[in-house]
Design a protein around this ligand. Structure first.
Ligand SMILES: *[C@@H]1O[C@H](CO)[C@@H](O)[C@H](O)[C@H]1NC(C)=O
Ligand SMILES: *[C@@H]1O[C@H](CO)[C@@H](O)[C@H](O)[C@H]1NC(C)=O
Ligand SMILES: [Cu+2]
Length: 166
């Protein structure tokens, strides 16, 4: 029966990374995109891969979303108003690896209430991208980098055990 176990593991090894691809992250989970929420704590321990999507949810008019660079992120500098995302259900596909910065441009939400998010997007199962020079790095305590395979191995083992127990 060893070959059956191998088959199960092989199937799991092939299927799981596919399932894990293209995750959709609701920024702030149930809280959505709002003032006074610690978005760095929210991002901590999450692994963002190329192809994943971020969804910024908020009551239209109360907030908005600007994609900015590291300098504008730090200083809460707003780009031209016509670059804002304003639907209240703003979906952003993470198309390329690297650091990505998002801020709210309504009132002083960014500067005073910390309504800003920085994440690092990784290429699928590939090594760390080179950070943008001069950009503030995200918290080093986050489980980025090679944690994808680190997360998948125990997950694959658990699924394999569950399948074998049937
Ligand atoms: C960052 O964005 C700001 C505002 O959009 C712009 O003025 C500035 O030149 C940018 N800085 C870099 C380094 O790209
Ligand atoms: C918000 O956007 C997501 C992704 O584009 C979509 O699946 C969902 O139906 C939208 N929800 C609302 C309430 O518009
Ligand atoms: Cu806001």
């Amino acid at each position: 029966m060893a070959s059956r176990q191998f088959m199960v593991l092989a199937i799991v090894a092939v299927v799981l990374p596919t399932v894990a691809m293209a995750a959709e992250f609701t920024v702030g989970d149930d809280q959505g995109w709002t003032k006074g929420f610690d978005y760095q704590a929210w991002a901590n321990g999450k692994t963002f891969l190329v192809g994943d999507t971020l969804v910024f949810k908020y009551t239209q008019g109360n907030h908005n979303v600007f994609k900015v660079n590291g300098t504008a992120f730090k200083d809460c500098t707003l780009p031209p108003a016509n670059e804002a995302l304003t639907t209240g259900n703003d979906t952003i596909t993470l198309a390329a690896p690297g650091n990505k910065w998002y801020i709210c441009g309504v009132s002083d939400h960014c500067a005073k209430y910390g309504q800003k998010l920085v994440i690092t997007v990784h290429g699928s199962l590939s090594p760390e991208p080179t950070p943008t020079p001069g950009a503030p790095a995200p918290s080093p305590s986050s489980a980025h980098g090679f944690s994808v395979s680190g997360d998948l191995v125990p997950m694959a083992a658990m699924v394999a055990v569950a399948l074998l127990a049937v």
